[in-house]
Design a protein around this ligand. Sequence first.
Ligand SMILES: [Zn+2]
Length: 339
Amino acid sequence: MPDRRSESRTHMQSDVLTTRERPFAVGVDVGGTKIVAGVVDVNGQVHSRIKLPTDTSKPEMTLRSIANAIEQAIQAGGASPSAIQGIGLGIPGQVDPQRGICLLSVNLNWHNVAVKDWLEQRFGLSCALENDVSAGALGEYRYGGAANADMVYLSLGTGIAARVIHEGRLYRGSHGLAGEIGHTIFVPGGPRCSCGGLGCLEALAGGPALARNAETRLQSGQTSCLQETFVRQGRLSAEQVFEAARLEDALALQVLEEAGMHLAYAINVLAMTFDPQEVVLGGGLALEEGPLTEVIRRGLHYWLEQTPILREILTPESLRLSALQRDAGILGAAALIHI
Ligand SMILES: [Zn+2]
């Protein structure tokens, strides 16, 4: 009978062989409007990218659109199915990664959907799922050059959420809600948030909040190059506000100034709470350096000046943008298999 030591060595060797023989993972970023899937190798190189619309009419239909995206990604990636180690999925909502169930996703119209079982039966490959922001943080850790770092990952998009990687592992908290700083009230009695609260960070600095803030300013008579678009469409998007800010539109710059100052304060609080080696910004609002990240950096500079202990934790260089850029969704999901 083998002793425990040789048993565990055999087990380790078989893990190494698995990675070597099956170097690919499929990463799937499941969004409320689109599903992006791709084949990724162990070095984080993306071999295919497939984008399909999400069918949210019924959970079964959503699972089928995910399966279609996976199938097409495998075909386009040119990897033999036997070289694929597993499928990782980033889901916008609350997930139980151990049971492979999505507990709740408002965007997908899902409630207790057994994603892992369904896909494992469909493809005969092991499947792992995670909340999309958690997947983004793990992807940054695995492929983004943050190895060995204690990292705070702050995702800026429609929603705002942070995740903490400590000693290479995602810190979940006792209810799986660690890092939900987007629903911390920054302005009591402020604008209503999707969670029902008033004045949450997300309701002040998330994508829809930027658009709404610009609309309110236009309605109160402020002038801006956004006026014409607003009259024509009856609404604005965060992208339009960003575009106007790049043209130095005063109204758009004020909107981003307000949001960026709140975000800088959030970074200050996250850094003081978790003492990370670095803070990484991810998400659709932080794909590149621009007017918003300029304000955030200026705000952080202010807090660094004001707070001696923060200076022991961060330098201006400790704040960086995600290295994964537009592939962050695919890579984050693939990291669930490769980590
Ligand atoms: Zn909220």
